[in-house]
Design a protein around this ligand. Structure first.
Ligand SMILES: Nc1ncnc2c1ncn2[C@@H]1O[C@H](COP(=O)(O)OP(=O)(O)OP(=O)(O)O)[C@@H](O)[C@H]1O
Ligand SMILES: [Mg+2]
Length: 474
């Protein structure tokens, strides 16, 4: 019998859709408490602290001169030595801690390590860094993230160490910008020579993170913020927010970010099958130094669409620490480098929701097609009027609008005294997609519900006549 959990999405079961057990817990982030050091002189986010062992052997960054590093490598095996030329920063990347530590031991002193390459971003200060990508990087899709980073960070060079050196992998690595590929385990001389050659190709970047990073380059245009809200639980907010954000990401040149502001029970990460390393909690604990570069490093990418996601805390208890002011500040930073910010919310009014509604350009008010939904949405509308919310930015989205529930759309519109801007049909493909952790606009792209969600995205970014990946505003 076929199952949602064993199909082509590669989902192994319900466990696979849950946040990973090995994912860091907020407040601890899996990082050594108190390590707090700075790898290359950058300002790390709270919770993004590299391996404690690495810090112990890492000199303060200011000690590394900019520009190409000297050629003289410390001979392999020399006491307390390193395979790296002096003055060169070496970073090992591998999701597998055992593989990381094997490479670190071989490389010697002055080596830091991270599970994924994005964790390195906050520490970069323009100095040349050689990345040694461990064997798991060839298997788990890390090369895509490495490619993105190498495209915008000329001071980085990468060497891949792999257990299976195939032509296909070699091609894939070279296309990703990796400069050398070595069979695992490499011998000391091979590794030292590869590091020396890669180091010669690197040049220091200017220490202006915003200007040096085209991905985050400010063009002065602020993102359009869309909050998805309902006064009824289960109305379809998260499904609508996730799919709208995915479609917008695919239509926008600049980044699009989905923020899960359902701080207690947010399930965006599960719906998109993401295993976040960081959440809103990390952004809040770095607020005093939060800039686009740092915030970008805390976001997780939904690889199929390129959507950036700022997930809700992994523990409901952390919700209490986050108020409207903090959330507004985070959205304002996202606005500086995104084209759209989509915010998912809980099913009740609280400070955070009111703050999000206040700063949003548009608010999608989601209502299901039953009497309790309509009653609650009517109360919600009245509350928003009392709070002097600009009514022009509210848009009614009727979800499950084709259900044979003896309520028709015009009746609902009359009751709410608002006409619906979008009608999303009810379809079994929606819960199927949710259970696979795939947005329905991908899993059933031709279904009526996917088309309706694409139509909803047209309100903000209509597909151009050329149909290209172009950012358009309404
Ligand atoms: N158009 C639809 N057709 C069929 N099922 C749907 C549709 N929209 C949503 N659902 C189902 O309803 C469930 C609840 O949707 P969703 O989680 O998006 O609601 P929510 O408003 O975010 O809920 P909560 O208030 O708990 O956060 C989903 O798991 C999905 O299976
Ligand atoms: Mg929800």
């Amino acid at each position: 019998m076929s199952s949602f959990f064993t199909d082509d999405a590669g989902v192994g079961g319900i466990e696979d859709l849950m946040p990973r057990a090995d994912a860091p817990v907020d407040g601890g982030s899996g990082a050594p408490v108190g390590a707090g050091g700075v790898l290359f002189g950058g300002t790390p986010p709270a919770g993004a602290v590299p391996d404690a062992g690495a810090l112990a052997g890492t000199p303060p960054v200011g000690s590394v001169p900019p520009g190409p590093a000297p050629e003289s490598a410390v001979p392999a095996g020399s006491p307390g030595g390193s395979l790296a030329p002096s003055g060169v920063n070496i970073v090992v990347i591998d999701p597998d801690p055992a593989a990381r530590s094997r490479l670190k031991v071989q490389l010697g002193d002055r080596v830091a390590d991270f599970g994924v390459v994005d964790e390195l971003l906050p520490y970069l200060n323009g100095e040349p860094v050689v990345l040694i990508l461990g064997p798991s990087c060839a298997r788990d899709g890390s090369l895509a993230a490495v490619e993105r980073l190498l495209q915008v960070r000329r001071e980085l060079g990468a060497i891949l160490v792999t257990e299976e050196l195939t032509t296909a992998l070699l091609q894939q690595a070279l296309r990703a910008g990796v400069k050398d590929v070595l069979a695992a385990p490499p011998d000391d001389a091979q590794l030292a020579e590869a590091i020396r050659r890669v180091t010669q190709t690197l040049t220091a970047a200017p220490v202006t993170p915003m200007a040096a990073d085209p991905v985050l380059e400010a063009d002065g245009e602020l993102a359009h913020v869309v909050t998805v809200f309902s006064t009824k639980g289960g109305a379809g907010k998260s499904v609508i927010a996730a799919n709208l954000a995915v479609v917008l990401a695919e239509r926008s040149e600049k980044p699009v970010c989905l923020v899960d502001a359902d701080l207690q029970f947010g399930d965006i990460a599960v719906m998109l099958k993401l295993s976040p390393q960081h959440t809103i909690v990390d952004a809040v604990s770095s607020l005093d130094r939060l800039d686009p570069s740092l915030l970008h490093s805390l976001l997780i990418t939904h690889e199929p669409s390129g959507l950036l996601v700022l997930p809700a805390p992994l523990e409901p208890a952390f919700a209490d620490q986050i108020g409207a002011a903090e959330m507004v500040q985070i959205i304002e930073v996202l606005r500086r480098f995104c084209s759209f910010v989509v915010v998912d919310t809980p099913a009740y009014f609280n400070d955070v929701v009111l703050g999000m509604i206040e700063i949003s350009d548009d608010v999608l008010l989601v209502a299901g097609m039953d009497i309790p939904n309509i009653k609650n949405v009517k109360i919600g509308l009245q509350t928003l009027r009392l709070l002097n919310t600009q009514m022009e930015k509210l848009h009614l989205v009727l979800n499950r609008a084709n259900s044979k529930v003896k309520l028709d759309v015009s009746e609902v519109e009359r009751t709410l005294q608002v006409s619906a801007d979008a009608l999303i049909p009810s379809d079994i493909v929606v819960p199927q997609a949710v259970n696979r952790g795939v947005p329905v606009v991908h899993s059933a792209a031709r279904s009526g519900v996917a088309k309706a969600l694409q139509g909803l995205a047209d309100m903000f970014a209509p597909v151009g006549a050329e149909g290209g990946k172009k950012k358009k505003r309404k």
